[in-house]
Design a protein. Structure first.
Lengths: 306, 356
């Protein structure tokens, strides 16, 4: 059997699966045996059958977006698609920065390795707590078809054109991807004075208005920066947990800004953007991608005037 | 779960996003399969509820979660696929929830999918779409065996996994199956071995030449096939495969300069046969041998390989040798150009197996 290639990635399943017919049922066969898994020590990685696949988002999901002052809030890291996410337990080898910033300054987010939620914050004072998770780069190698499809779906036309120019459209691609996820946790009554903060992540989404104060039909201005400079032409997508299929998207302008008209929704919002650049020489990859995300809860009805 | 995760993280440096799902597949000699999925119960329930358009209440314990997951069985099945030889089967399904072992761990859902392996099926494939990240898939092909573990991306289909070793067959069916496997390993799957045998045939059209070389080759590859299968020798495929390609090139090149059998040629063919035997062993190890009929399977596989080789020689004789081998132009117009072609192909294979 061949030596393994590394599989992991922001790629996913997304095809339609067949309906099943068996009716023996969870209920009838409940005497499940939970034997130990992973007994064998040999870890061999196989090549994988290619399927049509999309890329995967990563976001922070706090146990509450509006904790009472003093409340401890678990921060779950999720990787998935259309807001269906898998838990990513805290892994010190992945964490580059895991921080929270509020009016008092910036603090590390504590947590227990291997645990989900991956971290905890205490909403010590009323106000906005900006949580940020910046991961180290993970390598991934994707077959040409999957890589091309993923580029298309994430709006990375620049990379598609560059690959075509170099006659590499049919080639598999090695990529290093890293996560730049943020979440806005608001304790107490929202006011326009509170807001998102710039954490200095390589790729970063910054809400330029407090999303908790938005009224129905109002636009949320969001700025996208790459290495602290405005990033133009990137696809910024917003989706709500209540209806993840209905996405609001826009391309960032010269100043890196987009205005997202978010419909009133009762659940969590995810705003995301992906940026890809050539990987540094000697990194063993051709491309390097950054996955920015910003999550926040639904707008609140009671808003404090400034 | 935490222990597993630590183990997984330790094995998987550099950093990769690893979820909390594990899958163990068991096959047993009664031709049944059992797939055991261990996953975070709350997270699974969240996904199932979200797909169904609902939302999971916070803080449910194992007793409350279990009926919720059970009620979503049909949704669950839609993203799980078990196939034998490419045909989907519908397993029976069982669910068990285990409360967290400590304050930091999750409620564990253990889902068991079970059923009979269809008669005559030879491989199994698996796909699980309820996770989006990598998970460990461990496969135990027989009772008491150590599972082999691979990493699989959520939603992707595994490589086919052989279930031949679970085949409870009588001696004659096993003999026939492995005879066929041996034969098909030469025709049509073993173009490299086929070219080697053709190389042997093309040296000289005398029966004596063919007989001596084929006998030496057969004796040699039988020895190393047997020794490898009993675990007495073990040469990595990364060495065996390029050298096999080189041996083909050598025999073909020698045909261009040599027109009759020399004793050292027989010796060389014997040495090359030792290598090809290790190549056959690699294939046979991948196919798996039934424990109960190890010797039967080994011998009949070897016989199948012989039959394949003799068929190659027989066909070559019927197509060109029979009519033209006595002609004066046979060597110049057939044997030498064909050998040249074989040599070029084999040199390319050597390069491919070494560098590509």
């Amino acid at each position: 059997m061949a030596e393994p290639t590394r599989p992991p990635s922001p790629t996913s399943q997304c095809r339609k699966l067949e309906r099943s017919g068996n009716r023996s049922g969870f209920a009838q066969a409940r005497a499940g045996r939970s034997g130990p898994l992973l007994k064998g020590k040999t870890v061999r990685l196989l090549f994988f059958a290619a399927t049509a696949c999309l890329a995967h988002d990563m976001w922070i999901e706090p146990a509450s977006f509006s904790p009472a002052p003093g409340q401890v809030v678990g921060l779950k890291l999720r990787v998935g698609q259309d807001l269906l996410g898998d838990p990513i337990p805290r892994d010190p080898s992945l964490i580059n920065q895991f921080v929270v910033e509020d009016a008092q300054g910036r603090k590390q987010v504590p947590g227990r390795n291997g645990s989900d939620p991956a971290g905890y914050i205490r909403a010590s004072a009323a106000g906005m707590h900006v949580v940020g998770y910046r991961s180290n780069a993970s390598p991934v190698e994707l077959p040409a078809a999957q890589f091309n499809q993923y580029l298309k779906e994430e709006g990375l036309e620049g990379v598609i054109a560059e690959r075509a120019r170099k006659n590499l459209t049919g080639a598999a691609a090695r990529e290093l991807f890293s996560r730049c996820a943020k979440s806005l946790v608001l304790s107490g009554t929202p006011s326009p004075a509170q807001g998102d903060r710039t954490l200095g992540f390589t790729l970063e989404l910054v809400a330029e208005r407090n999303p908790y104060t938005l009224r129905a039909g109002e636009e949320l201005p969001v700025r996208l920066t790459y290495e602290n400079k405005p990033l133009e032409g990137a696809l910024v997508v917003a989706m709500n947990r209540a209806n993840p299929d209905e996405k609001v998207s826009a391309r960032s302008g010269k100043d890196g800004r987009v205005k997202l008209r978010l419909p009133a929704a009762a659940k969590m919002w995810l705003v995301k953007a992906v940026h890809m650049v050539p990987a540094p020489a000697g990194s063993g990859a051709e491309w390097q991608s950054f996955w920015a995300s910003l999550t926040f809860g639904p707008a609140q009805t009671a808003v404090k005037a400034d | 779960m935490r222990f597993l995760l630590t183990l997984v993280l330790a094995v998987l440096a550099p950093a990769h996003e690893i979820g909390t799902t594990r899958v163990l597949v068991n096959f047993d000699s009664a031709r049944t399969y059992e797939v055991e999925i261990a996953t975070d119960a709350t997270n699974l329930a969240e996904k199932l509820e979200q797909i169904a358009g609902g939302e999971l209440a916070e803080g449910l314990d194992a007793a409350r979660l279990e009926p919720l997951i059970a009620a979503r069985e049909q949704e669950f099945r839609r993203r799980v696929k078990i196939q034998f030889d490419g045909v989907a089967v519908q397993p029976a399904i069982g669910l068990k929830l285990t409360p967290p072992v400590d304050a930091n761990s999750a409620i564990l859902a253990t889902i068991r999918l079970t059923g009979a392996i269809p008669a005559g099926a030879s491989n199994f494939t698996w796909s699980y779409g309820w996770t989006f990240v990598q998970y460990a898939l461990s496969v135990r092909t027989g009772p008491g065996e150590t599972p082999a573990t691979v990493w699989l991306e959520g939603g992707r289909t595994s490589e086919p996994i052989s279930v031949l070793s679970t085949m409870p067959m009588d001696r004659w069916s096993i003999a026939w199956r492995y005879l066929v496997l041996g034969f098909t390993h030469i025709i049509p799957h073993g173009l490299d071995h086929t070219l080697f045998v053709l190389g042997i045939y093309l040296l000289s059209s005398r029966l004596r030449s063919v007989l001596w070389q084929v006998s030496a080759f057969t004796a040699a590859h039988s020895i190393t096939l047997g020794l490898s299968m009993y675990g007495l020798i073990n040469v990595p495929a990364s060495i065996v495969e390029p050298v096999i390609a080189l041996s083909i090139a050598y025999v073909a090149v020698e045909n261009i300069f040599l027109s009759e059998l020399k004793s050292w040629r027989v010796g060389l063919v014997f040495v090359f046969g030792l290598l090809h035997g290790m190549g056959f062993a690699g294939v046979l190890q991948e196919l798996g041998l039934p424990r109960s009929e190890f010797v039967t399977a080994l011998l009949t596989f070897n016989l199948g390989v012989e039959a394949g080789q003799l068929t190659v020689i027989g066909l070559a004789f019927l197509l060109v040798g029979w009519r033209w081998s006595q002609r004066s132009w046979y060597r110049a117009r057939i044997a030498v150009p064909a050998s040249l072609l074989i040599a070029v192909t084999a040199f390319y294979w050597t390069y491919e197996r070494l560098f590509l």
